[in-house]
Design a protein around this ligand. Sequence first.
Ligand SMILES: [Fe+2]
Length: 403
Amino acid sequence: MEAGSALGPTPLTGFKDFYQYASTTRVIAGRDLLSSTGFEFQKEGARRVFVVTDEVIRATGLVDRIEAGVTDGGLEVVGVYDRVPQDSSTHVCDESAAAAKEAGADSFLAVGGGSVMDTAKVADAVFTHGGTAREQEGFFLMPRDDDGMGRPHDIAPLACIPTTSGTGSEISMAAVIKDPEEKVKIEIADFPLFPRLAILDPETTRTLPPKVAAATGMDAVTHAIEGYVSTDWSPHQDARSLHALRMIRGNLERAVERGEEDEEARGNMLIAANLAMTIALGSAHAMSHPAGARFGVPHGVANAIHLPHVIRHNAAGSDEIADRYRDIGEVFDIAEPDIGDALATHITELVDRLGLPTRLSQVGVPEDGIPALVEGAMGDGTTLLNPREMSEEDYAELYRAAL
Ligand SMILES: [Fe+2]
């Protein structure tokens, strides 16, 4: 059997036949960085900046301070779109792209969580290339030189200032957006979507509510763990995933419990979430995307619920998969022979200590919703990257276990 072919499982060890790794976002991290937003963004070619954010963040005064930082650098804020909802949609992307055009912008600045940053990415693509957000769907399908074979065309400069520690969207080339008509989440990924600049400053998460810090932190945990066991693993990402987990181990609970008074934990969680990010994910994400699209379960909460069940299922699939989880167990001092069960139990206890729900029935998912969720999970792109091949029956069983 050929390694990595559709005929057999992809090896999770050894020298890989092929992988590629790219991360073209300039990351700056530290204290008191917001006042130099303009100074830094100017280096990426921005002059007339269009800000994308949400009403909750705007009400904290954070956007005003960042706007002052933009103008301090000699740039102009030509418009602010603050109507991004918690779970953004293709309509919102189209609307903000049109508003940026109308304002005569030449660049985008996203201030917010994953929904805001993903909206800004897709809006920027629509702003630059025309069309609609729905038409951007796909992997590596953005316009390129030489009839699509050459270099992808840049989109307008995008800077991201995350206000949660979890999604990692500020350093990824992917966006996930809801199509409200079809009730699905569409995925868009290509190299030009890497933001040019990401600014990580713990000031942006100072007033983050503990529940949101916990849920988004669990999204980062899920990225690190799923990324490490994905069939699309790479040594480059392995290094990032394991170090992200070490940083999460020491900082997630601290950041949730002590919030405002613990700048160090908040700063480290911003960096951990950034390190954890990968688009090589697996079945926890495949299960969480339809739970969000159909029942509005927040992404981090859905991952927190699904992850332990996926770990148990995957680790029972082969010794090779279990060995990958054993590496993760080492980070948390877990060395039990049944690594799947031990690691899953550890995660559930963590989720419980963080004050998050551990069951789908606690977040409004009814038992008769399972068939639609199974269909969504089977159709999700991340299912193909899960280390254990998944069937409809497998997903139905995992959803029932999580209910
Ligand atoms: Fe995620």
